[in-house]
Design a protein around this ligand. Structure first.
Ligand code: ADP
Ligand code: MG
Length: 679
């Protein structure tokens, strides 16, 4: 993008400091800072036609202006035209405001109409003093996202100046525009900031209109270019090939008490092939909760170790890392492999010993939390890094892996199923393997919604089932505002249930416990000594106790669908018929009701994911900030699959044919963010 357009303002000029809060750094960034919506101020509504709920504009003379005290100070102004009255209320009043709204002044006011006690009213409308002949605008008025220190007026004035000289470069070359039928960049930008005279506010937001389509394409294109580049950079990096066929992976397979499912065999083949190539693997292994991803990763580790490399398993919680450690010991120690454990809570002496063993290569396999990837931890020959529940890790934690000496092969695992288009959009730099079947003999978990008032019946039911030898989880509610409160609730619930079920041992597990205590509670539960385990959501990921077949989740309406699905995945792992009761507190909002119905109606993670996406939009599901890919502001990959495909194709073409434009395009979209390593 050229810095100065022919005779217009300098596009590279830095913006004042407060703009950075909006992610805007230079003038050019404003081009892509589109209005949230537009308001129609092109005509006045006679006051008798005001309708509560609508945003409308009126003009009238002030007939009263009072400061009142209704609980707190407020300014109340009544205006009148020749057919009606409106009361304006202001809770925040600036000095001089009352004078400007003095009786007799003519005000033009626009805001949401509400029905007041006697007259209709507007709370904090936009207003200004006008005269009889102040003209009405002939276009819609844009409403921009703003923040402290950046007002609507400032943005309007700056964009007005920029938009006066719409001669910005089009970073999408002619052949691409033609092929996908795209509107020009400048005309699109102009149309979105300042829609033409006859446009209606809802038309200005129509994402299928040519201008929006072009901008969404550009955004997807920028994302695809960046991810393409990441992939190309990776394939240029060499790494040591680790061919299969070694003794360790064969022995491990032979000793397993089960046979791999066809899906596990297929993904294992894909991973073996990757490992054998001299290019660092970056593979995402997806599989629903309980589909058996761990053993596949263990086989990959065996192959790396067979070839003389070290392998590391990283998990997002201590509990899960610890569980991996135990599993890996069980599988690998009989074969003479040195397995280690590293977490933030290890005593200094022990930690130093583990760090030394990793550095000199005596430790061949290690499980741990992100403590594994802190600076002082060095590996002698790290060949494979397995990142479990990858969506739980931040970008930086994942990137830190790449700086560990040599570029290791990476296997990321996730039970969060991402529909194909989203995967294509957000994970275009990764290869994806999918385990799409569960091990045989599982019975689907029966899920029921139960109103909280029937808690007594639930406890009776648990009593009789535990008497018959079943084991159960009782999951305490998520209390986001306060960890202390959450902890207290868990402790209280534990005491209450122990009292109601004196014949059983009731265990307690929460995030604040010492790791050793957590481990011993988990061990007692795994050995069947604890019948009922009261837990906070720490058990959400990965916990694997096959004999546990019942789960009660309190306040299920507060949890996300992905979280509920993960939690429920803790049961239904053995042959026993499993059940999950979702306790909810009434009244349920419409959305909460819809979501609980989804989870109760299906045990298929992909179905749940799709429905969740439909109900909430992709950002939240992906934990967008954590997805490791630049966020999308405008485009919705789910809504327009074809556009994602086009952007992907165009990105490949541009990197080959017009690399200069490709670079310009990335700079236009991610200019400032590149510094943060997001692009
Ligand atoms: P997830 O994919 O959720 O991480 P795990 O790897 O924890 O699932 O596996 C869930 C359970 O299924 C474990 O107890 C594991 O030993 C068992 N398992 C894995 N693969 C098979 C298989 N092919 N047949 C039977 N059980 C299996
Ligand atoms: Mg797992």
């Amino acid at each position: 993008m050229s810095g100065v357009s022919a005779n217009g303002p300098d596009l590279l000029a830095p913006l004042p400091k407060p703009f950075t809060r909006l992610g805007l750094h230079i003038a050019a960034d404003l081009l892509l800072h589109f209005p949230l919506r537009h308001e129609d101020e092109t005509h006045l509504t006679p006051m008798r036609d005001l309708r509560p709920g609508l945003v409308q504009q009126v003009q009238g003379r002030v007939i009263r202006c009072d400061t009142t005290y209704r609980g707190r100070r407020q300014l109340q102004v009544t205006i009148e035209d020749d057919c009606g009255r409106v009361v304006l209320r202001f809770l925040h009043v600036y000095p001089g405001q009352a004078q400007r709204m003095a009786v007799g002044n003519l005000l033009r006011v626009s805001g949401e109409v509400r029905s007041g006690l006697l007259e209709v009213e507007m709370v904090h409308p936009r207003w200004r003093v006008v005269t009889e002949d102040t003209p009405l605008p002939d276009c819609l008025t844009p409403v921009y996202p703003v923040c402290a220190g950046v007002s609507q007026t400032m943005i309007r004035r700056l964009t007005d100046r920029l938009l006066m000289h719409p001669d910005w470069d089009d970073t999408v070359p002619e052949p691409v525009r033609e092929r996908y039928g795209l509107a020009g960049f400048a005309e699109s930008v102009l149309a979105l900031h300042r829609p033409g005279p006859a446009t209606l506010p809802q038309q200005a937001q129509d994402k299928s209109a040519p201008a929006w389509r072009r901008i969404c394409f550009d955004e997807l294109l920028a994302q695809q270019l960046v991810l393409h580049q990441a992939r190309m950079r990776r394939t240029r990096l060499g790494t040591a090939p680790m061919p299969g066929g070694g003794a360790l992976s064969r022995t491990l397979l032979q000793r397993l008490p089960f046979a791999l499912t066809a899906a596990q065999q297929r993904v294992w083949q894909e991973i073996r092939d990757d490992l054998a190539r001299p290019v660092p693997m970056q593979r995402l292994l997806q599989g629903d909760v309980g589909s058996g991803k761990t053993i596949v990763a263990a086989l990959a580790a065996a192959q790396a170790i067979d070839c003389g490399f070290q392998a590391a398993f990283m998990a997002p919680t201590e509990l899960l890392a610890e569980q991996h450690y135990r599993k890996l010991c069980e599988w690998f120690e009989p074969m003479g492999v040195q397995v280690q454990w590293l977490s933030g809570s290890l005593a200094a002496r022990r930690r130093a010993a583990v760090v030394a063993a990793l550095a000199d290569g005596t430790a061949q396999l290690v499980a741990g939390t992100h403590a594994l990837f802190q600076d002082e931890v060095g590996f002698a020959r790290l060949g494979l890094a397995v990142v479990d529940e990858q969506h739980r890790f931040g970008v930086t934690q994942r990137l830190a892996l790449r700086h560990k000496g040599q570029m290791p092969h990476q296997l990321m695992m996730s039970a969060t199923p991402i529909p194909r288009t989203l995967a294509m959009s957000y994970h275009a730099d990764l290869d994806v393997s999918l385990i799409d079947e569960l091990p045989p003999g599982r019975t689907p978990v029966v899920t029921r919604l139960v109103a909280d008032g029937r808690r007594g019946e639930v406890v009776d039911w648990l009593r009789s089932r535990c008497q018959a030898g079943a084991q159960a989880y009782w999951v305490c509610p998520l209390i986001e505002e306060s960890e202390t409160l959450q902890l207290q609730t868990a402790i209280d619930t534990h005491a209450m249930l122990q009292q109601m079920l004196p014949q059983f041992r009731v265990g307690l597990l929460h995030g604040r416990m010492r790791p050793a205590d957590k481990a011993s509670v988990m061990a007692a539960f795994a050995h069947g000594e604890i019948a009922l385990l009261v837990a906070t959501t720490v058990i959400e990921v990965g916990v694997d106790v096959p004999n546990a077949s019942l789960m009660v989740i309190e306040h299920a309406e507060r949890m996300g669908l992905a979280q509920l699905h993960q939690l429920r995945g803790r049961v239904g792992r053995g042959a026993a018929r499993s059940a999950c009761l979702l306790l909810y507190r009434e009244p349920l909002s419409e959305l909460a009701d819809a979501r609980l119905r989804v989870i109760a109606g299906s045990t298929d993670g992909f179905h749940v994911a799709r429905e969740d996406l439909r109900l909430r939009g992709p950002g939240e599901w992906l934990g967008a900030r954590q997805s490791g890919a630049p966020l999308l502001r405008f485009a919705d990959p789910l809504a327009d699959v074809a556009l994602v495909e086009s952007a992907r194709e165009a990105a490949g073409w541009m990197l080959r044919e017009t690399p200069g434009l490709a670079a310009g395009h990335i700079a236009r979209w991610f200019g400032a963010r590149q510094e943060y390593g997001l692009a």
